[in-house]
Design a binder for this molecule. Structure first.
Ligand code: GAL
Length: 808
């Protein structure tokens, strides 16, 4: 079958910008893929008819199978304080990401090439990309998270052109699951010769008050552009400011526009404006672009800490890795949005894109939803953390990668800070200080409006060497015991918790006795959801809360992590099968663990939180001590077991473990009802909640995060399946094999139960529930109608849910 992209027969789905003067075509369909290596694959006449037909975005490794042999590493993890090398099996997710893969497609050009410029833009390709057109190498870009583009005009001919992309992943190249393949968009951009430079428009707002904002729009151009016009458009699609520039400074046109009564961007009110920018040559339009931006101010001072729009606040942030759980790294807007919405519901107002350049879609969503961002760049500079990490490319590529990062993302109002790196071993020694300065200077040159941080774990070393002192924002990863000293020694007058907590837990798993532990391991390779377990270098949430609440100079925190991610299964790095993390506030399927409610009780005080743990199905523990914790925004509550009061608990500012949680440590288990009654400060009953001992599994409860999805072949509904008893109580010990079937205008995409030790494959329509729950992903087709998901399991009444599939 011939695969052709008719450039000028436009599929609306794939075009994100189309006007008279330029076209931007996302190359989604028509790709062929093979996991194999042969330089002949680049040639036009190579017969790829037997290759797999795929569409982008694509992650070639996520379908597994899981196997400990993949990237089995015998290493000592220095960052974890290890001295002796041991076998680490699930460190990068135990999925087949290593090796070489080739992608091929055809670009059809049916117009005169002479007057056009063609760019091929990659939002990210994992990794070591080499790009060929008609057998000739166009260029390469090694870093898998970087954005890059090539001018391919001189490689093209009229008619069919063969595009071939070779990707290669080395073993031991990552500390987590990096994924594999062209996992973000590839766009073919066709412009006239006189045009706007790609990523060459900068929008800044150097003056903002209640009455007016000064918006400076600067556009770099190519060719013979002699005039540029600028327009600002508000939400109502009204043009609210206009400017024209006939003066070219070098290759730049600039205009200062006034926005009266500006609507400021903030997490609480993420107002966005559009600019329309048009280039002319002798009165004729030659190029036109639209950019989204926000009006807001940021400042970091010793006096007031962090201020957004002149108001002091502390970051309520989470770190997020790039994978999307069961669908791996292949970018999907619905999956990304769901993650961000869940974090927002918890009350988070910021994310840190650990430890690399984020997807464009994630930044657009943060702008829209209202989440501030630390956009990070690297996990490694020149000194290695893993044998084949970024240090191999640092000298040749670091500057280019940062430039591309900033040029591509600088107009996103959500980004309030850049991060030049995470726990880089270059923290040691004077060369590292120079390197930090060099990198920070590149950021400053590209973007004088935002500060730069580095997440530092070698706090003693960076206090000594000056590394921490030269940074705009000193970021501390863990090391809560060194905050005071860092504040004393660093000159900035503030400290950011760039990475905090790293508490470990498994959803629905509770261990006894309930005690605080570091690196606690159990035979089932799970961690306890009493939220008392952390790693040797890390801590439980309250240690950070105390610093946030008691030290005005702490700028806020970024919790490790919002969601579990593939790889890094601490504390079970050496145990198989264990292939994903335990750090998440939510599990790999995106289901909240108990900790979600602890953060929510603090961060989202506009909503009531009254959450009881553990579950109440402890057959065999009758009469044994089974502590009950309540995570709540109320100060005081009374607990009842089967109607019998267990006493009132009140948060106590002076006791570390009682300051943020209400705890009943001596409760004796007895099947029945756990009830909590919350009181306000005057002692009035304000809310109550119950948890019941569940009976036998009886039926399923199906809850879709979205009941209507877009008929675009991409959108997803996430359906949480819970096994419940006759009365609808969750059966918290139900681990039942289920099967799934989707009919109508949807298809089964993936399933995930959040169990870090499960080797069941995400893309097959069957999986066991883990502690009574799992999540099924239903994907829309491109036709309107209904998608019907049917869930079956032995001994439980089958159930269906209908999801509407409609054009947006
Ligand atoms: C940090 C590191 C993260 C992750 C985390 C686990 O030191 O920056 O990438 O490894 O530890 O606690």
């Amino acid at each position: 079958m011939k695969r052709i992209f008719y450039l000028f027969i436009l599929f609306p789905l794939y075009v994100f910008s189309q006007n008279q003067s330029r076209e931007e075509l996302i190359l989604r369909e028509g790709w062929k893929f093979i996991k194999n290596d042969d330089q002949l694959f680049k040639n036009e006449n190579f017969d790829d008819s037997q290759w797999e037909q795929i569409s982008l975005p694509h992650d070639w490794a996520i379908k597994g199978p899981f196997d400990k042999k993949y990237d089995l590493q015998k290493v000592a993890i220095f960052q974890d304080g290890e001295k002796k090398a041991t076998e680490k099996s699930g460190r990068t997710g135990a999925l087949p990401y290593i090796g070489t893969g080739w992608y091929r497609n055809t670009i059809h050009i049916d117009e005169n090439l002479d007057s056009k410029q063609y760019l091929l833009q990659f939002d990210g390709a994992m990794s070591e990309a080499q790009v060929f057109i008609n057998g000739k190498k166009v260029g390469e870009h090694p870093y898998g998270y970087a954005y890059f583009y090539f001018d391919i005009t001189s490689y093209l001919q009229e008619g069919d052109n063969t595009l071939a992309v070779r990707l290669h992943n080395e073993p031991k190249s990552s500390r987590w699951y990096p994924g594999a393949g062209i996992y973000r968009n590839v766009t073919l951009i066709t412009k006239n010769e006189s045009n706007f430079e790609q990523w060459g428009t900068t929008i800044t707002t150097p003056f903002v008050d209640d009455r007016q904002a000064k918006v400076v729009v600067n556009s770099q151009v190519n060719g013979d552009v002699d005039q540029v016009t600028f327009e600002i458009v508000n939400h109502e699609n009204e043009v609210i400011a206009k400017g024209t520039s006939n003066t070219k400074y070098g290759n730049q046109f600039e205009s200062i526009l006034e926005v009266k009564d500006p609507q400021l961007w903030s997490p609480e009110s993420p107002y966005l404006y559009q600019t329309k920018i048009t280039a002319y040559q002798k009165g004729k339009v030659t190029d036109e672009i639209e950019k989204t931006f926000g009006i807001r101010t940021i400042s970091f001072t010793a006096d007031k800490g962090f201020e957004l729009n002149g108001k002091q606040r502390k970051f309520k942030g989470v770190c997020l890795h790039h994978d999307l759980g069961p669908i791996g790294i292949a970018i999907n807007r619905a999956a990304l949005k769901r993650q961000l919405v869940i974090m927002k519901e918890m009350g988070a107002d910021a994310i840190r894109t650990a430890h690399n350049m984020p997807s464009i879609e994630q930044m657009e969503l943060c702008d829209e939803i209202g989440l501030m961002v630390i956009a990070e760049s690297f996990d490694e500079w020149k000194k290695p953390k893993v044998d084949n990490g970024y240090h191999r490319f640092f000298d040749d590529w670091a500057q280019k990668d940062i430039e591309n990062l900033v040029r591509r993302l600088k107009n996103h109002p959500s980004i309030v800070m850049w991060s030049a790196g995470n726990e880089v071993p270059d923290q040691f020694g004077s060369v590292g200080v120079k390197r930090a300065k060099w990198l920070q200077d590149i950021f400053h040159k590209e973007d004088p409006t935002r500060p730069v941080t580095v997440g530092m774990d070698q706090v003693k070393a960076v206090m000594e060497s000056g590394f921490g002192a030269i940074l705009d924002i000193p970021g501390l990863n863990y090391r809560t015991h060194l905050y005071d000293e860092a504040f004393e020694k660093f000159p900035q007058g503030f400290v950011l918790g760039s990475e905090t907590a790293s508490t470990v837990s498994s959803r629905g798993v509770y261990k006894f006795p309930v005690e605080e532990f570091k690196k606690k391991k159990y035979d089932d390779f799970q961690s306890s959801s009493y939220d008392y377990e952390a790693c040797p270098w890390s801590n439980i949430p309250e240690d950070d809360f105390i610093l946030q609440d008691d030290k005005p100079w702490v700028l806020g925190e970024f919790v490790w992590t919002g969601f579990d991610y593939l790889g890094e299964p601490s504390p079970y790095n050496e145990e198989w099968p264990s292939r994903s993390s335990y750090f998440g506030i939510c599990d790999l399927a995106g289901m909240p663990k108990d900790r979600f409610y602890l953060y929510k009780s603090r961060w989202n005080t506009a909503e009531e939180t009254l959450h009881i743990l553990p579950h109440w199905n402890w057959e065999g523990r009758e009469g044994e001590t089974t502590p009950v914790f309540v995570y709540t925004n109320y100060n005081s509550a009374e607990l009842f077991i089967n109607g019998k009061s267990q006493g009132v608990r009140t948060k106590d500012k002076d006791t570390r473990l009682d300051r943020y949680r209400l705890r009943w440590m001596d409760v004796k288990y007895q099947a029945g009802t756990v009830k909590v009654v919350a009181y306000d400060d005057a002692g009035n009953k304000v809310a109550e909640k119950e948890v019941h001992t569940a009976g036998k599994p009886h039926h399923f409860k199906l809850e879709a995060d979205r009941k209507t999805i877009n008929a675009d072949g991409e959108d997803l509904s996430f359906v949480t399946v819970s096994v419940v008893d006759k009365e609808g109580n969750l059966c918290p010990n139900a681990n039942i094999p289920l099967t799934f079937n989707v009919q109508g205008q949807g298809s089964f995409k993936a399933v995930c139960n959040g169990d870090a030790t499960s080797l069941e494959l995400f893309h097959l329509p069957k999986m066991k529930t883990f502690n009574g729950k799992l999540v099924v992903l239903v994907q829309s087709k491109q036709i309107e109608g209904k998608a019907i998901l049917k869930v079956k399991g032995k001994g439980v009444k089958q159930k269906s849910i209908e999801i509407a599939v409609a054009k947006d």
